[in-house]
Design a protein around this ligand. Structure first.
Ligand code: ATP
Ligand code: MG
Length: 632
């Protein structure tokens, strides 16, 4: 027999053992919501429910795996036959079974966002006349509009208005494009991510036989992180619980952070009306000192909750003022080394940030110190296409034998196809830059690249070298290649800054490349063998916890993000910050720069200067103040 009383506190025990029908567990961070679901599964099994009669919905596949492992241990059952995963996984399996009803063959393929963009591009070009090409949203924008509509179930008109009312004039055209997009996908027997949800909902709501069959099957449905479900997902679980009506959801309205994907924490409020509510008020994750801060930082407009702590470390959270983001990276790397020396595993340390690009300096710094890390989100800085382009240029400028980099670079030149590019790189790699004299080419891009490479030979500083490539050629090129050229330009400006600290291009390149080789060397080993620091955006850190947590760049413009400062959408940023501070068990570092963000925001300095700072909200007596660095 499992001793539920010993493993759960009274409030948790109630929620696990005495819940039936529609149940809402609403409670603050670290209070054991996820634990309640895990034990609920064990409890159901121990009372005779079969694993195949349970549906568990989690936010990530990894979370489902972890919860199942734990539930297996507790229940001493294999849990074979349980359905568990994210909404997307679950809907995918559903459609393999029932998709034929709406014309999908069971072997349909799923388009990732790049593929979806290609299909949208094709739909767009078939519908609009060339003359209109500039006034109609591009493929990426159309996907955003389409996705908003799908995730909120609003009308096309509303979705357009929300995105940019300027496009309302094109509503008819946009509608035709979206219909074409739909047809194209059907022809290819493929779906995009949103279709998985939308199609499932459509079948469930229109086909009574299937609805009855599926909802008879699930005696219990359990949903973690309920605050971040959208209306479509909410309706799906509602329909799936139609027969047995046992639906347990757990969540925290104060941690709702996905409204940009249509998540609405009104779901919690709606559900509250019909459900039995359980509350848990003890926090088991964080120290008393951290809980004190958490209680003060409850986001505006959230249901009031004060958490009790269970233990104390005697160490307050640290509020760290650094000079700029280089010092920030330096500080964090040093602290990590210190903790590691004192015996803290790297697996117990995480660095959180608002935007992936805020981790770039730190990635470099960690590599320099040989500290292994894993990224939860985003590509490695050096793996992104635009950074690779610049590095390819820098590489051939110091080593003409690098054929791969020549080919990469020549791809940027209009008028140079595959065959030409191959010939040219052959010549350059065998004869060096002198070969440029022999190569007669009309492509003006090619001639520009050639000039820049020759000129770069006179420049020693790697930052300066990348800079002339950027300013004289690549910056303009980026506009043609990337829809998000602006963000990417910021990356390159940062790359130039970083590189300029090095004396020679060779030094810089080897530092950057060592970090890559380092990662490759680590591949193939499991996490257990190699401890790694976790680097992740706050969004991806949801539900997780670490002994030591660093939050980077808590400056107006960085976090809160510039976009939210611009349109005043600060509530969600507050909740994000709340999610961030609540991930820490023992040691929490909130880091900001003395003069505000030192990053470059094209033309938004005014907003940044007056922008909200979370630091102002932190009661000073609850934190330990540190200062670090004097800049470089
Ligand atoms: P979040 O809102 O961040 O998702 P949560 O409410 O889901 O948090 P859990 O992750 O379930 O919280 O629990 C936080 C930590 O507290 C976990 O390490 C969990 O094992 C521990 N914990 C929860 N309840 C208890 C308990 N009764 N006794 C001991 N430890 C507990
Ligand atoms: Mg949780």
């Amino acid at each position: 027999m499992i001793d539920f009383k010993a493993e759960l506190d009274e409030e948790q025990y109630e929620a696990v053992v005495n819940s039936k029908g529609k149940t809402l567990v609403i409670a603050g961070p670290g209070s054991g919501k996820t634990r309640v679901i895990t034990y609920k599964i064990a409890h159901l099994i121990s009372s005779g429910v079969k694993p195949s009669e349970i549906l568990l919905v989690t936010f990530t596949k990894a979370a489902a795996k972890e919860m199942l492992q734990r539930a297996k241990l507790v229940s001493r059952s294999t849990l074979e036959g349980i359905t568990a995963g994210t909404f997307h996984h679950i809907c995918n399996s559903f459609l393999r079974k029932y998709g034929t009803i709406i014309g999908l063959k069971p072997n349909f393929t799923i388009l990732d966002s790049e593929d979806a963009k290609d299909v949208m591009e094709s739909a767009r070009s078939q519908i609009i006349p060339k003359s209109e090409s500039k006034t109609v949203p591009n493929a990426k924008q159309l996907l955003i509009i389409n996705s908003y509509m799908n995730n909120t179930l609003c009308s096309l008109r509303e979705a357009i208005a929300k995105y940019n009312p300027r496009y309302l004039e094109q509503e008819k055209l946009i509608e035709q494009i979206l219909i074409k997009y739909q047809q194209e996908k059907m022809q290819q027997n493929s779906v995009d991510y949103d279709d998985l949800l939308i199609n499932t909902l459509q079948i469930l709501s229109t086909n009574k036989a299937i609805r009855l069959k599926e909802s008879s099957r699930y005696k219990w449905i359990l949903v973690d992180e309920f605050q971040d479900t959208n209306i479509v997902q909410f309706q799906i679980v509602n329909l799936l619980s139609e027969v047995h009506k046992n639906l347990m959801v757990v969540g925290d309205d104060a941690q709702s952070i996905y409204s940009f994907r249509g998540a609405r924490f009104e779901n919690v409020l709606d559900f509250q009306k019909e459900a039995k509510i359980f509350k848990i008020q003890t926090n088991y994750r964080s120290s008393q000192e951290i809980v004190n801060l958490i209680n003060e930082m409850l986001p505006k407009n959230s249901i009031h909750k004060t958490l009790r702590a269970t233990r104390s470390t005697g160490v307050k959270p640290f509020l760290v003022q650094v000079f700029d983001h280089y010092d920030e990276a330096d500080f964090v790397a040093n602290e990590i080394l210190n903790y590691n020396k004192q015996g803290v595993s790297l697996n117990d340390i995480a660095v959180l940030y608002r935007a992936h690009s805020h981790s770039l300096e730190l990635q470099l710094e960690l590599s320099k110190h040989g500290i292994p890390f894993k990224l939860y989100s985003g590509l490695r800085f050096t793996e992104t296409a635009h950074v690779k382009d610049c590095l390819a240029f820098l590489k051939v400028s110091v080593n003409y034998e690098e054929k791969i980099s020549w080919i990469r670079l020549l791809k940027l030149a209009k008028g140079i196809g595959k065959i030409k590019s191959n010939n040219i790189s052959e010549k350059l790699t065998s004869k060096g830059l002198d070969a440029f004299n022999e190569i007669k080419e009309k492509s003006s891009d090619f001639n520009k690249i050639k000039e820049i490479i020759l000129k770069s030979q006179e420049i020693k500083n790697p930052g300066e070298r990348i800079k002339i490539f950027f300013e004289k050629f690549y910056e303009e090129k980026m506009e043609e290649i990337f829809d998000d050229a602006r963000d990417r330009k910021e990356d390159i400006v940062r790359l130039i800054e970083m590189a300029s600290f090095y004396e020679t291009p060779e030094n810089f390149l080897s530092d950057i490349l060592v970090s890559e080789n380092y990662e490759i060397a680590q591949e193939g080993k499991s996490d257990k063998e190699t401890e790694k620091v976790t680097l992740t955006t706050v969004h991806q850190a949801k539900g997780l916890e670490w002994k030591v947590v660093f939050i980077l760049s808590v400056n107006p413009g960085d976090f809160p993000h510039i976009m939210s400062l611009r349109d005043g959408a600060l509530d969600e940023e507050e909740r994000l910050f709340y999610v961030a501070i609540t991930r820490a068990k023992d040691f929490l570092y909130i880091i900001y720069s003395a003069g505000g963000s030192s990053r470059i925001f094209y033309g938004n300095d005014y907003i940044i200067k007056r922008g909200k700072s979370f630091i102002d909200d932190i009661p000073f007596h609850l934190v330990e103040h540190l200062e670090y660095g004097v800049g470089k």
